[in-house]
Design a protein around this ligand. Structure first.
Ligand SMILES: Cc1cc2nc3c(=O)[nH]c(=O)nc-3n(C[C@H](O)[C@H](O)[C@H](O)COP(=O)(O)OP(=O)(O)OC[C@H]3O[C@@H](n4cnc5c(N)ncnc54)[C@H](O)[C@@H]3O)c2cc1C
Ligand SMILES: *[C@@H]1O[C@H](CO)[C@@H](O)[C@H](O)[C@H]1NC(C)=O
Ligand SMILES: *[C@@H]1O[C@H](CO)[C@@H](O)[C@H](O)[C@H]1NC(C)=O
Ligand SMILES: *[C@@H]1O[C@H](CO)[C@@H](O)[C@H](O)[C@H]1NC(C)=O
Ligand SMILES: *[C@@H]1O[C@H](CO)[C@@H](O)[C@H](O)[C@H]1NC(C)=O
Ligand SMILES: *[C@@H]1O[C@H](CO)[C@@H](O)[C@H](O)[C@H]1NC(C)=O
Ligand SMILES: *[C@@H]1O[C@H](CO)[C@@H](O)[C@H](O)[C@H]1NC(C)=O
Ligand SMILES: *[C@@H]1O[C@H](CO)[C@@H](O)[C@H](O)[C@H]1NC(C)=O
Length: 803
């Protein structure tokens, strides 16, 4: 089943890609100018004048092709100026096509036309582009002068060159994206191979080997390019008054290159000349016309990419393993660029057609173009971060509707090109359809039994009916899967008034059902907010804290960070961010026991900063309880450092010492009421008797009530092996601190505790400020100086909790 799930999308993708490729060939993008430009150029020069025998009632081409004076003039000029046979013949083919298609006339062969020439009535060497001659009505055959021929030929050549540039630069963008994807893929492959086949890092070496020049460069790369935020230190936090999310520097570099390339590609490669017969002497018009075409076409090139970057299921994600939030960031930037291009394109054409705008308005291509540009532009204000955060569901529906309208309007807009531009629309539709299709497949594979079988597949509980507490959701899948930490699933409530609504939640832990071997039970911890989660909370509370549901699951998405190759792990989490850390701890517990001898990790420290002690009590007395009792996560020594930061009105981190005591009590007796263990039978539970647990736990916890001092780098906790005065707390598996920690201190102490060549993984999940602090601190640690670490010895991982 999973093989099908894996290959079906790829097959779909390749078929749509080859479709695009085949259609692309029809565009005949070539670097050489077509040979028929010689004849078409002569046509351009000849149409600067007219002839006495033209049927003024006929269409444009009917008038030309039906006029004997015109066709004989053309034939004579072609014989004079086009010197190769292929130019002459392919030109005839090109021109006679126009006569048939647009003029409903038949163009005889050159030989036949030449027979009609009245040799005594031919005017030689007419410079049709001389302003004095332009517009003259001739009553005889003429032969154009060299100057006129050159202007005509150049006009055609420049036109085809510009067209090639428009498309060439479009492909240039794709090449850049392709290279980025290639680099991402190779990077991932490399990381995978290193992790699989590299000889184990010898952590028992007394000192790290001194890094070679490559090692030093790698350190600098990580310090200055890969890890840091673009400017300053904000990445997760909103910048620019909450409107923008700033990328990391590496992401920023790519986005910057992409934006710059779009701008460069928009302004270069224009050949403007006075004698251009399409717009004779009108330099402004030439520039605006090329610019408008260029931006319109590049906008079309950006569309499929835009759709690709928006999907949950797309190739870029699979190949590179980049996070959805990274791609989403790219999506927003490509969108901004595409909208700007559409606006420039529309403004340009409005200016070009300013004199006939009223008639243009009646043309379908014109008003659908206006709709497309307006709707695309509307997408931007409807996607700003505050709106997304406040009204996510409204944002989503508006976004999808406007995107759909844009595609349809674009489709009609380019109909005048006889399908030449359809491939880009189809590619966007294809990418979109594929994403939706795979979503359905994923839901079907994971939870089809919820739809076709009676009974429920999910149990939601709220321990102690605590209104501030978490919802624990256990969902059985319809097939056995092998979950990994870092994965998240979208949960649907199919039997509600909004069955399409779905929300992402991180997998907290899992269990294989012994009785029913082909299901896996996935556990989620959900913090009730204002929307769907609030509804779940209400329903569960109404049912005495336990309710059976039918839910759909879509996933798994997300990927695991390989923290297991490090010697020490520092988890930093804030508030509900702990839910992304728990699955890693859960897996380490299991795998460290299975892989006992070769397991590398020597120590895990979990920093958890909380405002709301209710919340902490809940998780401490459930998911984390066993570790606190044992002081071990599987075979690895495990310590929890809890920071309670409830601030008083003066925003000083002083709190009554009763809160930590309450937390300890809740650990001993369950969450306030001593019933939490039995209430959570569905989840992981310890089977030790409550009384034994109480005393054991009390001995394991210590309250440290010192005043936190941001300046000092070594006194606020027992994290370091090197502080002898804290020996007592060495055996304690949990310490509770009052006040906020200084993230930099914590990381410094973890770094100082590394012995020899040991490597440290720092993994953070929580409020954006905490993540940005952690990122900045890790960046500071990178370096080749004393007290700093090389690029390979410390690694920063960020767990996704929002985008
Ligand atoms: C990768 C990921 C993993 C997550 N894991 C967990 C978890 O394990 N436990 C947990 O409690 N929360 C988790 N969240 C957050 C969770 O998705 C939101 O809290 C939930 O969607 C809120 O639903 P609501 O209808 O109550 O939202 P509202 O109260 O309407 O909105 C609250 C916030 O959630 C955001 N939000 C709402 N719907 C979505 C959506 N479909 N996709 C993304 N953001 C949304 C809104 O922008 C807003 O900022 C995770 C989010 C992401 C992106
Ligand atoms: C053009 O058409 C009009 C009316 O349709 C007619 O009166 C006129 O004679 C035509 N002219 C030519 C040159 O055919
Ligand atoms: C050729 O042109 C000349 C001069 O205009 C004219 O007298 C003569 O009748 C034309 N011959 C034919 C066959 O049209
Ligand atoms: C051709 O004939 C038309 C009228 O038949 C006349 O107006 C025009 O001036 C003539 N052109 C030339 C170049 O003699
Ligand atoms: C840790 O792993 C052991 C062995 O698999 C298991 O018995 C125990 O319940 C696990 N603890 C937690 C908290 O998951
Ligand atoms: C149980 O919890 C409720 C609210 O959390 C509290 O009011 C009550 O006193 C608790 N009961 C016991 C026996 O601790
Ligand atoms: C647990 O402790 C309570 C008092 O706190 C006592 O009444 C009870 O008998 C004890 N149970 C066991 C199994 O020791
Ligand atoms: C720490 O625990 C070990 C056994 O688990 C014990 O031998 C040792 O005395 C304890 N040390 C302290 C300082 O309590």
């Amino acid at each position: 089943m999973s093989i099908i799930a894996r290959f079906l999308p790829l097959a779909l993708l390749f078929s749509s890609a080859s479709f695009l490729g085949v259609r692309g060939e029809g565009l005949q993008i070539s670097l050489k100018n077509p040979v028929h430009n010689c004849v078409l150029g002569i046509n351009d020069a000849l149409t600067e004048v007219s002839f006495g025998d033209m049927d003024l009632n006929a269409t444009y081409y009917g008038r030309l092709c039906g006029s004997e004076m015109f066709t004989t003039s053309m034939a004579l000029s072609v014989m004079k100026w086009c010197n190769t046979h292929i130019q002459i013949e392919s030109g005839h083919e090109g021109f006679s096509n126009y006569c048939e298609k647009y003029g409903e006339t038949y163009l005889p062969s050159w030989e036949e036309i030449l027979k009609k020439v009245n040799q005594s009535n031919v005017i030689e060497n007419v410079n049709t582009i001389d302003p004095e001659i332009m517009g003259t009505v001739f009553n005889s055959t003429i032969v154009i002068s060299e100057e006129a021929f050159k202007a005509g030929k150049r006009t055609e050549d420049v036109w085809t060159t510009e067209e090639n540039y428009h498309h060439g630069f479009g492909w240039g963008l794709y090449i850049l994206v392709g290279m980025a994807i290639l680099v991402g893929t190779l990077n991932r492959l490399f990381a995978f191979l290193v992790q699989k086949y590299a000889t184990p890092y010898n952590a028992s070496e007394l000192a790290p080997r001194s890094p070679g020049i490559r090692g030093k460069l790698y350190t600098l790369y990580r310090k200055h390019i890969e890890v840091p935020a673009l400017f300053g230190y904000k990445h997760s936090q909103a910048s620019a008054w909450g409107m923008l999310s700033l990328p990391t520097r590496l992401q920023g570099l790519f986005i910057f290159t992409y934006v710059v390339l779009n701008i460069v590609f928009t302004v270069v490669g224009y050949e403007i000349f006075h004698d251009n017969l399409y717009w004779y002497g009108q330099r402004d018009t030439q520039i605006i016309r090329y610019l408008s075409d260029r931006t319109g076409i590049m906008c079309f090139y950006n569309l499929p990419l835009l759709w690709c970057l928006a999907g949950r299921n797309d190739v870029i994600l699979w190949l590179t393993g980049w996070s959805y939030s990274t791609l989403n960031l790219f999506h927003r930037w490509v969108a901004r660029i595409a909208v700007l291009q559409a606006i420039v394109h529309s403004a340009g054409y409005t200016w070009l057609e300013r004199d006939i705008i009223a008639t243009e308005m009646k043309e379908r291509y014109w008003w659908t173009g206006i709709i497309a540009t307006i709707v695309m532009s509307l997408l931007i204000p409807f996607s700003i971060r505050p709106f997304r955060e406040k009204f996510y569901e409204a944002f989503l529906i508006i976004h999808i509707c406007l995107a759909l309208v844009t595609l349809v309007a674009c489709w009609y807009h380019v109909q005048i090109w006889d399908g030449q531009y359809d491939p880009w629309i189809w590619a966007s539709v294809g990418v979109w359809a594929m994403d939706r299709f795979i979503r359905v497949i994923r839901v079907g594979i994971l939870t089809n039994k919820a739809l076709f079988k009676k009974g429920t597949n999910a149990i939601g509980t709220i321990p102690n009916l605590n209104e501030n507490g978490l919802i624990r959701l256990s969902i059985s899948t319809s097939i056995k899967i092998n979950p990994k930490p870092g994965q998240y699933f979208f949960i649907y409530t199919p039997f509600s008034i909004k069955p399409w609504e779905n929300h992402p939640f991180t997998l907290a832990s899992w269990k294989f059902n012994e009785k029913n071997t082909d299901t896996t039970i996935l556990n989620f911890l959900i913090k009730p907010l204002k929307g769907q989660t609030k509804k779940w909370q209400k329903e569960i509370l109404k049912n005495q804290g336990k309710l059976s549901f039918k839910l759909f699951l879509e996933g798994p998405y997300g990927h695991e960070n390989f923290i297991e190759n490090f010697d020490k792990i520092l988890f930093i989490s804030g508030g509900s961010g702990i839910t992304s850390i728990l699955p890693y701890i859960f897996k380490l517990n299991q795998s460290s026991l299975i892989l006992l001898p070769e397991f590398q990790i020597k120590e895990i420290n979990l920093i958890w900063i909380i405002k709301n002690e209710e919340y902490a009590k809940d998780i401490l007395s459930n998911e984390l309880k066993e570790y606190i009792e044992l002081g071990f996560c599987g075979s690895i020594p495990f310590k929890i450092h809890l920071y309670v930061t409830r601030e008083n009105q003066n925003h000083l981190p002083t709190i009554s010492s009763s809160i930590p005591q309450e937390i300890v009590n809740s650990l001993a007796y369950g969450n306030g009421n001593g019933t939490s263990l039995s209430r959570n039978a569905e989840l992981e539970s310890g089977s030790t008797s409550p009384n034994h647990t109480s005393t054991a736990i009390m001995n394991k916890v210590e309250i440290i009530n010192e005043k936190p001092s941001p300046q000092s780098h070594s006194s606020s906790s027992d994290l370091s092996h090197s502080s002898p005065d804290l020996k007592d707390s060495k055996n304690k598996s949990m310490t509770i601190h009052c006040g906020k920690p200084h993230v930099r201190d914590i990381i410094d102490r973890s770094v100082n505790s590394l012995v020899g060549a040991e490597r440290l993984a720092v993994s953070a999940c929580g409020p954006s400020k905490l993540m940005d602090d952690t990122r900045a601190s890790v960046c500071d640690i990178y370096g080749n100086n004393e007290g700093q670490l090389g690029g390979r010895r410390i690694e920063y991982f960020e767990e996704l909790f929002a985008w």
